[in-house]
Write a new protein. Structure first.
Length: 335
């Protein structure tokens, strides 16, 4: 098969198209002939040496959609020929509250989806939502799962509540926007690019601010008309402290990442005085994945795809992600 292989850490140029042996499904596994894959920041962090437990060479990629071509011993033979999307959250474990000791994410050390074939546990393939293209389906898994768990399972957003999503444009933030709207919430966003704020408005956001404005917190509070009920944050850094200011009484913030680094000087007084819930979240359980896919069942929801690249152009796709130029998910089309 053709696959993008990472053998050395560094820039996008380290991603090279190679011939690799076709994987064979083991007991309880299925082999998926991939039609499309999608990028995540996790892939870039591995490539740059900023991820734990890196093992090279590696085929990156957590997101994928395709057709089940073969099944291993003990797997349901009826899966053959099914159009599926892959849940990249492997071995979550028995507790819905957190993952277990054997948890891992597809795409390093397991062979990932930047390839023509991938093998995964049979329980990790789900029917592709009807009406979605291959690129749209492939865009869903990691970012959609992360956004859904943060928003629905952890922060338990309710219809009519106000949700703030900093750093709109990234995959998880964009899914959080469309999911929050689907669940009946009011949504506000921030970005360093005015055009991304306008794009978010076209997807249903009621307002937004440019965080390069020194008064962005004050301006956002004015747009919202008070405190925010729920914040879904993957930015971290100084933004995290500003988010604590923005939360209203009894507010909740679910944090799934910290792309701008650690947060300095958090004043705990605001946390206990406002009765805040600060929630950590990573990926999601099999139940989260099924509930997330159910949001697409009526056909009214579509993932936001930024741009599609050929598999052979994975390095160019990574350059776009490194530049933070995207709005939504970057997709790889697999021949």
């Amino acid at each position: 098969m053709k696959a993008i292989v990472l053998r050395d850490l560094g820039g996008p140029e380290t991603l090279r198209l190679e011939d690799q042996p076709d994987p064979r499904p083991g007991p309880g596994e299925v082999l998926v002939r991939l039609k499309a894959a999608a990028l995540n920041h996790r892939d870039a962090w591995i490539r740059q040496g900023k991820y734990m437990g890196i093992k090279l060479p590696a085929v990156l990629g957590s997101d994928g959609a395709g057709v089940v071509e073969d099944v291993g011993a003990g797997a349901d033979g009826a899966l053959k020929g099914r159009e599926v999307v892959i849940n990249p959250s492997l071995n979550w474990g028995p507790d819905e509250r957190f993952f277990g000791p054997d948890f891992r994410i597809l795409g390093m050390p397991d062979g990932g989806t930047y390839a023509q074939y991938v093998k995964v546990p049979a329980g990790n393939v789900h029917p592709k939502p009807a009406g979605l293209g291959w690129g749209e389906a492939a865009a869903i898994p990691l970012a959609g799962l992360t956004a859904y768990r943060a928003l629905a399972s952890r922060a338990a957003v309710k219809a009519g509540e106000t949700v703030f999503i900093p750093g709109i444009g990234g995959g998880v933030a964009t899914f959080a926007l469309i999911f929050a709207k689907k669940l009946g919430a009011r949504v506000f966003v921030s970005s360093g690019a005015d055009e991304k704020i306008e794009r978010a408005r076209s997807l249903g956001a009621e307002g937004g601010v440019n965080y390069k404005d020194d008064k962005w917190v004050e301006k956002l509070r004015g747009q919202v008309g008070g405190g925010v009920d729920v914040i879904i944050d993957g930015v971290g850094g100084p933004t995290y402290d500003h988010c604590i200011d923005l939360l209203g009484m009894g507010g909740r913030m679910a944090t799934f990442g910290a792309t701008t680094g650690p947060t300095p000087n958090v004043a705990t007084r605001r946390i206990f005085w406002k009765q805040l819930d600060l929630l950590g979240t990573t990926m999601g359980s099999p139940a989260d994945f099924k509930a997330m896919l159910a949001l697409f069942a009526d056909g009214s929801l579509r993932p936001v795809v930024d741009r599609a690249f050929a598999l052979a152009d994975a390095a160019e796709a990574h350059r776009r992600m490194d530049q933070a130029a995207q709005f939504g998910k970057i997709v790889l089309e697999i021949p």
